[in-house]
Design a protein around this ligand. Structure first.
Ligand SMILES: [Zn+2]
Length: 326
């Protein structure tokens, strides 16, 4: 895990939070700052405590799934460690991109230019748009489904519509009992700001159910220090369902009138007061319920901004957004 440059005296002034539930934590990192472990058979995962990637060893080389820059050169170190122990090739021959975000693929250029890069067609479009040498666009692309076969190993890639990002895909390992889906469910932890910085709220809300529609036991979510389980997905769904219930209740009960009376012609001040009250009303019981259950649930701004996004999606995607003028 990276430590921001902050003096000890500065740290003393920062707020305290509830202890992290032990269930949220993963294996200890080694001296180089990573942990690598087996998911199942020849599928492995690697973490720096904050980010996760995965790789599949085969007789013909290694298939790498994501290349977070925070893990960076530790990706090859982790692969070397496993390849040596298992007596297989450490050569990365394929790199699969979960989505175009730099924090998950920003170390893609560390690998041989001849590596076969695989991703969704929208990932390619967005990376070509962004034109960053650190993230060469995938050459092998697909629109809905793609079966990646390497040396007899099979991986099923699928795009089920936009969610966290427009291009985020489901990576299913049918022969390894595993699913990789990045930036949707943080196993043991709440989503960060704004529903894990998601662009499509209805798509994000649907994604966990789609994940559960696949058969798997091991979940690679892309963040924090441990793998997930089906129970982690269910707990996340319950957290979101509680926010939705609170948001519905608040929309039905909070009266905006006092804000408009108070602020008169400053309509935006009234809107702010009203939306903030809705958000607080919905978020507060959820923060209380999940503190000690999901790590960082008491980092209020995460649940609050996530609640704000869900509230706005209820108003704007589903409606009604406001009473109909007679
Ligand atoms: Zn992302």
């Amino acid at each position: 895990m990276t430590s921001p440059a902050i003096g000890a005296s500065g740290a003393d002034a920062l707020p305290d939070y509830a202890p992290i539930p032990p269930s949220a934590l993963g294996p200890a990192l080694n001296d180089q700052g990573y942990a690598v472990g087996r998911v199942e058979r020849n599928l492995y995962w690697v973490t720096d405590g904050t980010y996760q990637a995965a790789f599949l060893t085969t007789p013909d080389g290694v298939v790498l799934f994501d290349a977070p820059p925070t893990i960076g050169h530790n990706l090859q170190r982790a692969i070397d460690e496993i390849a040596t122990a298992e007596g297989v090739s450490n050569q990365v021959t394929h790199l699969v991109y979960s989505h175009h975000h730099d924090d998950h693929v920003g170390a893609a250029s560390l690998f041989d230019p001849a590596v076969v890069r695989v991703g969704h067609e929208e990932t390619r479009r967005l990376l070509l748009r962004d034109n960053e040498p650190a993230k060469p666009a995938p050459e092998v692309t697909f629109s809905d489904r793609y079966t990646l076969e390497v040396a007899g190993e099979r991986v099923e890639l699928a795009w089920h519509g936009p969610n966290h990002s427009p291009d985020n895909i489901f990576i299913h390992f049918p022969d390894h009992d595993a699913l990789m889906l990045i930036d949707i469910v943080n196993a043991g932890w709440v989503p960060i700001y704004n529903l894990n910085l998601s662009e499509d709220v209805p798509g994000y809300l649907q994604a966990p159910a789609t994940a559960l529609s696949y058969p798997w036991t091991h979940f690679i979510g892309g963040h924090l220090g441990r793998l997930g389980t089906r129970d982690d997905i269910s707990l996340h769904q319950q957290y979101i369902a509680d926010i939705q219930a609170g948001a519905r209740e608040a929309l039905g009960t909070v009266d905006p009138t006092p804000y408009f009376v108070k602020y008169g012609e400053n309509v935006w001040a009234a809107v702010k007061g009203y939306l903030d009250e809705l958000t607080d009303r919905a978020a507060k019981p959820v923060i209380a319920k999940y503190t000690g259950v999901l790590a960082a649930a008491d980092v209020e701004v995460f649940t609050t901004t996530t609640t704000f996004m869900i509230l706005q999606s209820m108003r704007l995607d589903l409606g009604p957004s406001a009473p109909l003028h007679p």
